[in-house]
Design a protein around this ligand. Structure first.
Ligand code: SF4
Length: 468
């Protein structure tokens, strides 16, 4: 996929970096409907449907399956040449009919692709026309999200889909006896989502997590094939979002968006919006614990104090291996910001922080999260591709690279170890089970970082060593 785009790099030390090419070379981003499909996979009984050509859904399915190693059905309205000329209304209606008949879905999530956006298909009108000829009771809820990839990355598609779902389904309803909180976790792993739900439940709160693909994309072995895997947040639970005690939205760079799911619920129903960074590392996990303690009116449960203690102990133990280390981090804006904050806490200097994302808020987030005395050493790249990232990394030669598996070729060429985080992880097992969040996630990440550095030193030693 080749597209022209603006590319910007900033040095916190005020050294400007000039873009050297006008075309993307191996993008550090994925396409917008992929992010939207992931959100729809986190809703119980939902089927994602792409309005566009089959190649888009095949590419997205391939990407998701290679990471999650689960079957992923994504329907498509299958554009052909004549559809591109005359419009895709008929195709979309046929697709809606087929999906309704074959899957009996609780919701159909419709995301557009570059082609249907380029020809200007009026998807809301097509949906209205489809509904008009049918018994309303037999038509599943439908949520449409506009996801032209030439205007945004998978993260734009992801956040747009969360917003579209909340906007279409949430109402104020009755609060009931449960103490409920909305959690908008951002794009985390299934293991992260499970851990977050455990944390929220320990405060006596019921969480409406959107999206929750912790089971649908990381489930058990089946006896018989399931067209729609079990799990996910139900449409009914999403509908109660307007009467929750609060919404907790995770992500440092969400401040750059004019409207998010949490801010919409605050505007429409008065649900208090609490925004904190991804809870990666000590301080951001502390912030999550404090937020949950405040919302629930309960103290932090002892088991998290114990986990925090174990994390601190492990950081003291591993300090000699990571102190003075320099790292390059790349991936989604919010993940990069979260990992950068954690590195800074444990004595690793982040020297390159890069994203293909378009939030244009990573620089501000890094500035806020890293002590000022280190700013001069950090280069932040936004809207960057791997050509730009590799050039920046090669220039500063860090000790370790942290990011998803698309950076493996760079790591291999530069002989710098890669610690895998985020999405996609296509060249290792267990990408869905990587834990990043909470005290336990930080502990796992710090162990993996220290071990990667020890491994590198052992390999480089002429004699090797087995005891430290
Ligand atoms: S939606 Fe656009 S970027 Fe994504 S696969 Fe289709 S054509 Fe490519």
């Amino acid at each position: 996929m080749i597209s022209s785009h603006s590319r910007e790099a900033y040095s916190l030390g005020q050294i400007p970096i000039t873009p050297s090419a006008m075309a993307t070379q191996n993008g550090c981003k994925l396409c917008a409907p992929l992010g939207a499909s992931l959100v729809f996979k986190g809703i119980r009984g939902a089927v994602p449907l792409l309005h566009g050509s089959q190649g888009c859904s095949t590419y997205i399915r391939r990407y998701l399956i290679s990471h999650f190693r689960e079957p992923v059905d994504i329907a498509c309205s299958n554009f052909a040449e004549q559809t591109a000329v005359f419009g895709g209304g008929a195709n979309l209606k046929t697709a809606l009919e087929n999906v309704s008949r074959q899957y009996d879905p609780a919701l159909i999530g419709i995301a557009t692709t570059c082609l249907s956006e380029t020809i200007g298909d009026d998807v809301p009108m097509f949906i209205k026309e489809y509904r008009a000829g049918r018994n309303a009771a037999t038509v599943p809820p439908m949520v449409h999200v506009s996801t032209p990839s030439y205007q945004g990355t998978h993260m734009e598609g992801f956040h747009a889909a969360v917003l579209a779902v909340v906007s279409a389904l949430a109402h104020d309803g009755t609060a009931g006896s449960e103490q409920r909180v909305n959690i908008f976790p951002g794009m985390l792993s299934p293991a992260d989502l499970r851990h977050l739900k455990d944390i929220v439940a320990a405060f006596g709160l019921k969480a409406m997590v959107l999206p929750d693909y912790s089971e649908t994309l990381d489930g058990g072995l089946w006896d018989t094939y399931q067209r729609i895997p079990s799990g996910g947040t139900s449409v009914e639970d999403i509908a109660t979002a307007g009467s929750a005690l609060a919404s907790i939205e995770l992500g440092h760079t969400l401040a750059s968006r004019t409207l998010t799911a949490a801010s919409l619920l605050e505007e429409r129903f008065g649900v208090r919006a609490i925004r904190i960074g991804l809870p990666i590392g000590l301080r951001q996990t502390d912030a999550l614990m404090l937020a949950l303690a405040e919302v629930s009116g309960r103290p932090v449960p002892p088991r998290f104090t114990e986990q925090r203690g174990r994390l601190l102990d492990s950081l003291v133990d591993g300090h000699k291996h990571v102190n003075t280390i320099r790292a390059a981090v790349y991936g989604e804006d919010d993940l990069v910001a979260g990992v950068t904050a954690f590195l800074s806490e444990i004595g690793i200097t982040p020297v390159v922080c890069a994203t293909g994302g378009r939030s244009r808020h990573l620089t501000a987030a890094v500035q806020a999260l890293v002590p000022q005395k280190r700013h001069a050493h950090i280069t932040v790249l936004e809207e960057a591709d791997f050509a730009a990232i590799e050039a920046a990394v090669a220039a500063v030669q860090p000790d370790v690279i942290i990011g998803h598996s698309k950076g493996y070729a760079m790591s291999r060429r530069l002989s710098i170890p890669l610690v895998r985080v985020g999405f996609p992880i296509h060249d290792r097992m267990g990408g869905a089970r990587l834990l990043h969040v909470g005290y336990e996630g930080a502990l796992a990440l710090s162990d993996r970082l220290a071990n990667a550095l020890i491994d590198q030193r052992q390999a480089a030693s002429p004699v090797g060593y087995t005891y430290m």
